[in-house]
Design a protein around this ligand. Structure first.
Ligand code: FAD
Length: 318
């Protein structure tokens, strides 16, 4: 079932959902299953699976020179989606990105997903490859998520890239898109970012999932801005319990977000990661309670490969 159908069926009740990463190349899928299992008691209607594109690494060649290689450390998004759906009977949402895909490869990937019975995708642009600085689309790929959303929406109307094709079937994907309560790092300002978000919805996005945030006031303000801009689709908050002291610097650096002073001070004073994790869990519970009281459609947690902290947060709420 599509994410928007799950939200409609919930009848105003806040759902519990989460995001997982495909295992690193060489890791067993069992580890991922073991991370998901403890969260099933909270009845997630859908689980997101991230997509990770290639990275460039430099390796020493036997001739002594450095060699540039392309590696994908976490392949398998589509396979993982099918495996989770099959094993746990939970709907899965693969993340689909523009980066690294030509339009035709995107079309083929969508057909694979359709055949697997997957009916929701989260359509994203993807981050720039680390060593490249700025995002570079494939020669025949999309530069922005709005164009990827447009392609999925066209396929939903039975419009394929090859116009000569006849005897076509139409897919019926529900399309999610990303939103940034603290602004996307490349956007010149909040207003422009919200204007582009509106454009993504106008091209066919059915719901929004936000980047993680630690200050609910920013989320509430963002939702108000979106509504004022005419965006009416559901907005699902993305949350992450802080799990260690290093995240005080790592999260703002990786996700271009701010951490509230009160949280930073409390974590900075912790003796070790275990103590910091307790603060992180409590903070996330308080955030979740307030969001729930405000009637958000789902609380969507970023597992980043670990589920125990999410389990503890969910146990306090659901
Ligand atoms: P876009 O909506 O295309 O926006 C990118 C930038 O361009 C923004 O600054 C926006 O304001 C601007 N912009 C948008 N449209 C236009 C336009 N038409 N003209 C000019 N400027 C425009 N990355 C992954 O690689 N894999 C994942 O699985 C993944 N999952 C994610 C899940 C969530 C919930 C979120 C919030 C992010 C995720 N990301 C993932 C990261 C995401 O790919 C990056 O944040 C990326 O830099 C932007 O993606 P986007 O879809 O928001 O891009």
């Amino acid at each position: 079932m599509k994410v928007t159908d799950h939200l409609a069926r919930a009848n105003g009740k806040t759902l519990f959902s989460f995001e997982v990463l495909p295992p690193r190349k060489g890791e067993n899928i069992q580890t991922l299953f073991s991370n998901i299992e403890p969260l099933l008691e909270f009845k997630p209607p859908f689980i997101d699976v991230t997509y990770h594109r290639e990275e460039y690494v430099y390796r020493q060649h036997p001739n002594g020179l450095l060699e540039k290689k392309t590696v994908r450390r976490r392949p398998g998004t589509v396979g993982i989606c099918a495996a989770i759906k099959n094993r746990f009977d939970v709907d899965t949402v693969p993340h689909l990105i523009c980066g690294g895909f030509s339009k035709e490869e995107t079309e083929n990937a969508l057909i694979d997903l359709h055949f697997l019975g997957i009916d929701t995708v989260l359509a994203l642009r993807g981050d720039p490859i680390k060593s490249e600085g700025s995002f570079k689309p494939q020669p025949d790929g999309h530069a922005y998520a709005c164009d990827l959303i447009g392609q999925v929406a066209n396929l939903n109307k039975g419009e394929y890239l090859d116009e000569e094709q006849d005897d076509t079937f139409a897919t019926d994907f529900c399309i999610g898109t990303a939103g940034y309560p603290e602004k996307h790092f490349e956007a010149p300002n909040h207003a422009a970012d919200v204007r582009y978000l509106k454009h993504k919805v106008d091209r066919g996005a059915d719901y929004i999932v936000t980047q993680m945030f630690f200050d609910n006031a920013k989320f509430f303000e963002y939702v108000a801005q979106c509504r004022a801009a005419g965006i009416t689709v559901p907005i699902i908050p993305g949350l992450k319990p802080l799990t260690g002291k290093k995240q005080l610097t790592a999260l703002p650096r990786s996700f271009f977000i701010n951490l509230p002073e009160e949280l930073v001070e409390a974590v900075a004073q912790c003796r070790d990661d275990a103590a910091a994790r307790e603060i992180g869990i409590e903070w996330c519970i308080q955030q979740s309670r307030e969001l729930m009281a405000a009637g958000v459609p789902s609380l969507h947690y970023y597992s980043m490969g670990k589920s125990e902290t999410i389990r503890r947060v969910a146990a306090a709420l659901f």
